[in-house]
Write a new protein. Structure first.
Ligand code: NAG
Ligand code: NAG
Ligand code: NAG
Ligand code: NAG
Ligand code: NAG
Ligand code: NAG
Ligand code: NAG
Length: 455
């Protein structure tokens, strides 16, 4: 358990930096009124610590090889510890050389984590430890509905308490509506949205590679080598049009290790937060589209909290992607990121259901709200339009994370599906994040409890 008490003075420089980084009019095509708002706080806590009790759950027995991601392949389905691709009971894929380019590319030209918050990276060492004694205990079903609100006050220099999650405290806010900037893009480099707090992936892999393994078809008794396919970040696959971020996996690309895909990253390393995005997904077959949190330190760690859909199987299953819905997956925190095909992960609720949550409506014809509430403890709930979905109570992230949006293919027929033949366009209207950083976990002295805004 970590308890960092920061004085207001120690926070002021941070505030200055943050405020300096808020949005300003973008020269060129985009006219802007930015909404990147950062508040910083110091509030005396009344010390009534609600101890965080770890919900204990047996570790997953699913040490199976599969395609990593959100980056990832579906977690193993059912009680079996052997990876059986969904719907392909007669076919088993085994990963190939684990030092293959799939993993090598994971560290090549990795963007440098830009926030100083990422520098330490290992302040939290236990997935069951809380960084703030006042943090609530959250477990599956304890908060089945959730609404993220705008602050109840104008001035939120003392941070925010999230009423839907037992008033968990967050010092910072980031809101960005793509309608706040005019039409912009297609982009040409990683910094084209930097002034608004975003980083565009250029050249680093987007999502997960497919395995360079061998594929055994029991029906015919044949083994075929499967080459590595993956996407690399391509700024020209993103643009802002009519108030929406448009993320396009360009159709008809030749399957290869350097396909071009869009990825946009919130350029701040956070350590806990509530992250909401309003997204309209595309059901064009052949892509994985994700809103997820990724760890920030290249070559170390492996934790991610993912929300993903598979174009082609969002509403209705097909032969290779037999389960429709919204995938919620956690990845092991401290495994070797250079071995992406071996990383442990869990999808759905704990050990009971390693499945996505079916959509109650069609998320490809309207914008819907997706929330990842990354909180200390064993379990970080996710919400779809305010309703909790199935998520793992295992592998909660413990290292600093960045919120990320992407759309990609690895040509893997059991995951993204074969690369799309027509353009696949994922759209994002706005995001709203409240978060902590590694340095700011607790209410610093100098703020009164009543100064904290409610959201
Ligand atoms: C977010 O990132 C920007 C750009 O790196 C930085 O100026 C700002 O201080 C960060 N904000 C916080 C709260 O870390
Ligand atoms: C995955 O988890 C199992 C069970 O905890 C463990 O034995 C195995 O070493 C893990 N795999 C990796 C690559 O760490
Ligand atoms: C992580 O913690 C260990 C031990 O506390 C320390 O030696 C190491 O330098 C830390 N790593 C980073 C990146 O701060
Ligand atoms: C910005 O997005 C938020 C949701 O995140 C929404 O409530 C608000 O109305 C949007 N503002 C504009 C001007 O579109
Ligand atoms: C997550 O971010 C780290 C650090 O930048 C990077 O090394 C890794 O490749 C990313 N993971 C994925 C799946 O993109
Ligand atoms: C992702 O790309 C595919 C292929 O171009 C497209 O059909 C889909 O709409 C995109 N998804 C999003 C959410 O933009
Ligand atoms: C690194 C590696 O093993 N790459 C191989 C992946 O599979 C293709 C197709 O068999 C080979 O051409 C690559 O050499």
């Amino acid at each position: 358990m970590r308890s960092t008490t920061l004085s207001l003075l120690s926070i002021l420089p941070l505030m200055g930096r943050a405020l300096a980084g808020t949005c300003q009019a973008k020269s060129g095509s985009a006219s802007a009124t930015g909404t990147g708002v950062i508040g910083v706080a110091a509030v005396a806590t009344d010390g009534g610590a609600s101890a965080v009790s770890a919900t204990t759950e047996a570790p997953s027995a699913s040490a199976s090889a599969s395609v990593p991601g959100p980056a990832d392949a579906p977690a193993p389905i059912g009680p079996d510890t052997t990876y059986v691709p969904p719907g392909e009971q007669s076919t088993v894929i085994t990963s190939g050389d684990s030092s293959a380019p799939a993993s090598a590319s994971a560290s090549a030209s990795a963007p440098v984590a830009s926030s100083s918050a990422a520098a330490g990276g290992n302040t939290t060492s236990s997935s069951s430890g809380s960084s703030n004694p006042d943090d609530p205990t959250i477990s599956y079903g304890s908060h089945p509905t959730f609404e993220l609100k705008q602050p109840d006050k104008e001035e939120c220099g003392c941070g925010y308490k999230v009423s839907g999650l037992d008033d968990i405290w967050m010092p910072f806010k980031f809101q960005f509506n793509f309608s706040d900037i005019g039409d912009a893009g297609p982009f040409s480099g990683p910094d084209d949205l930097k002034e608004y707090g975003w980083r565009i992936n250029q050249g680093h892999h987007v999502g997960g590679p497919s395995s360079n393994g061998s594929e055994y078809d029991a029906a015919t008794g044949t083994t075929t080598e499967v080459p590595i396919y993956q996407c690399l970040g391509d700024p020209s696959s993103l643009s802002v049009q009519g108030g929406e971020l448009v993320m396009t996996v360009k159709g008809g690309q030749t399957p290869s290790g350097s396909m071009q895909c869009p990825e946009l990253i919130h350029d701040n390393a956070t350590l806990y937060g509530v992250f909401q995005a309003d997204i309209q997904f595309s059901d064009v077959p052949g892509t994985c589209q994700a809103f997820w949190l990724n760890h920030t330190i290249a070559d170390k760690y492996s934790d991610e909290l993912d929300l993903e859909v598979l174009g082609g199987a969002i509403n209705s299953p097909n032969e290779n992607q037999p389960i429709a819905g919204l995938w919620s997956t956690n990845w092991a925190t401290d495994e070797d990121p250079s071995q992406p095909l071996l990383l442990n992960h869990t999808t759905g609720l704990g050990e009971q259901k390693k499945e996505p949550t079916p959509f109650p409506n069609d998320p490809t014809t309207s914008f819907n709200s997706y929330v990842i509430a990354w909180v200390p403890g064993e379990y970080s709930p996710r919400y779809y339009n305010g309703q909790e979905i199935m998520s793992p109570s295992q592998y909660n992230a413990i290292h600093p994370q960045e919120a990320t949006l992407n759309n990609w293919s690895n040509n893997n027929k059991w995951w993204s599906g074969e690369v799309p033949q027509t353009d696949s366009v994922m759209k994002v209207r706005s995001v709203l994040f409240y978060y902590r950083t590694e340095e700011v976990q607790t209410l610093p002295a100098g703020c009164k409890a009543e100064d904290v805004c409610t959201v």
